[in-house]
Ligand binder design. Sequence first.
Ligand code: PXP
Length: 237
Amino acid sequence: MPELGVNIDHIATLRQARMGIEPDPILAAAIAEKNGADQITIHLREDRRHIQDRDLQILRKTVQTRLNLEMAATDEMIETARKILPDTVTLVPEKREELTTEGGLFLTDKHEKLIRRLKEVGIEVSVFIEPDLELIKFSKKIGVDAVEIHTGKYANLIDETEIETEFVQIKNAANLVKKLGMRVVAGHGLNYENIQKLIKLDVIEEYNIGHSIISRAVFSGLAEAIKEMKRIIGDEN
Ligand code: PXP
């Protein structure tokens, strides 16, 4: 059965909107784990726009499953990871002006040393890349343990023929990752509908999903939240 990594960045985004203390991503992680999440995924961005260093430090102590830290491939972030020791580091591209991670990481020889620095302290290294067969072969060559295939393009397409073309790319990419002996992961833009086609491939071992789960949680919880406030202000309806 594939595993689910729940990305809780959006909880932190909501908290940072008021620069306050709620909602706390630490509590979100505990709820996710209590309800079957196999992994907690967070992205510590260089501009700290959502997840903060404090979150990373506490989550390292409280997460009972696995902690997957998405981060830019910079020396500063590698040192942070070597100190905190998440179970997995997923190297992602990062641009300050983007709303969310756009496109996959373009791996080059310079990543080999960074990957080695993470692996020598026991961290599993995953890379977030496009479903590109050459990049997958290069990942294997530089010591990557897991490949997270970027599903953002697949998720955003509307035209059925284009969706099918991208789906075939993902399928070929996933099969190659598996054949080369790396763990097959997928993520970005996945929701309750578009994931179904991917599950049928029966090759992806882990999904990292954030936006659609947190969006759904708002509406599955909104009615109860309003009723609770009404009870407090004295209306028993
Ligand atoms: N995987 C990676 C590498 C990501 O950068 C993100 C977004 O932070 C996700 C998965 C989750 O994407 P979404 O929030 O669209 O489900």
